[in-house]
Design a protein around this ligand. Structure first.
Ligand SMILES: Nc1nc2c([nH]c(=O)n2[C@@H]2O[C@H](COP(=O)(O)OP(=O)(O)OP(=O)(O)O)[C@@H](O)[C@H]2O)c(=O)[nH]1
Length: 130
């Protein structure tokens, strides 16, 4: 089981950031939320802020943690710890991903997500309908 923090980053135009894994990464070309594996001695929110800086080079603030999602891929299992984050500043420079897009919540389900992210997208969409 790997523990992975991921971020649903919202901007001030009501859009959310999705990043696409590269061909060289595991789950090639799948869309995901920025993030990565939790390192020893790190809290989940420390992981997410570190990974956003490393992968995208932008500054964000954590607004809220969503429920963890456990998923099983053919060769590994993952506990995904999703956070809603607010974009603060900086220009996105991709260090690992193939591409990124900002899209409104109603378009999120049109992307070809990593399987573990689909319940996260549904959870996020439900959280908006309060
Ligand atoms: N970052 C991220 N990883 C995800 C998501 N959904 C999902 O299934 N994963 C999987 O979780 C794993 C996280 O690995 P990663 O490669 O992003 O993490 P990392 O940068 O810390 O690892 P590394 O330093 O070994 O490269 C990958 O196998 C990835 O496919 C997601 O939304 N965000």
């Amino acid at each position: 089981m790997i523990f992975v923090s991921c971020a649903i980053i919202e901007n001030s135009n009501g859009q959310v950031l999705a990043t696409r894994r590269s061909e060289a990464m595991s789950l090639p070309m799948k869309w995901e939320f920025a993030g990565g594996k939790v390192e020893h001695g790190e809290t989940y929110d420390e992981t997410i802020l570190r990974k956003i800086k490393e992968e995208l080079g932008i500054e964000t603030k954590v607004s809220k943690q969503l429920k963890v999602v456990i998923s099983h891929y053919p060769n590994f299992s993952i506990t995904l710890i999703p956070f809603i984050c607010r974009y603060v500043n900086g220009e996105i420079l991709l260090h690992e991903h193939h591409e990124f897009t900002w899209l409104t919540a109603n378009k999120l389900l049109s992307l070809d997500w990593a399987a573990a992210d689909i319940p996260v997208v549904h959870q996020y969409l439900s959280s908006l309908q309060i």
